[in-house]
Design a protein around this ligand. Structure first.
Ligand code: AMP
Length: 130
């Protein structure tokens, strides 16, 4: 069965899309640590990021860099932080989180509750900055 992230990349489950190319897809995390918290995935479905083939792995980070530059331009923040967990969804993904302080990257923090309108606005702002 396809992972939830494969279904998102295929457009079969809705997402707040940020960017896409032939091999990669970026979209907002629906339980964000901060406004602009984004997930970047390879379309190829592999659970553990370090099991990706070299080319897909390198391309994923290159794609994430472009997305992070868009986040930095669109969302006021000091840095865009990076995390790889994969404890919940078995499809490799990189978290990109706009940071004001180190503590903003703590996954035990309370997640933001945003309206669909807010998610859409954030996604459009970041997409336009890429
Ligand atoms: P982890 O696998 O531990 O990196 O966590 C998976 C992340 O995916 C969590 O931050 C979830 O909020 C996020 N997530 C799960 N389902 C969706 C979805 N349908 N759309 C956007 N983000 C999701």
């Amino acid at each position: 069965m396809a992972s939830i992230f494969s279904l998102i990349a295929a457009g079969q489950i809705p997402s707040y899309k940020i960017a896409e190319d032939e091999n990669y897809y970026a979209f907002l995390d629906i339980n964000p640590l901060a406004k602009g918290h984004t997930l970047v995935i390879p379309k190829k479905e592999v659970d553990y990021i370090f099991d990706l083939d070299e080319q897909t792995y390198a391309g994923l980070w290159a794609f994430a860099k472009k997305v992070a530059e868009g986040i930095k331009a669109a969302i006021p923040c000091k840095r865009v932080g990076v995390a790889v967990l994969g404890m919940e969804v078995p499809h490799a993904h990189i978290h990109l989180v706009p940071l004001q302080t180190e503590g903003d990257l703590n996954f035990r923090n309370k997640k933001l509750s945003l309206t669909p309108e807010e998610f859409n606005e954030i996604a459009q702002k970041i997409a336009a900055a890429i």
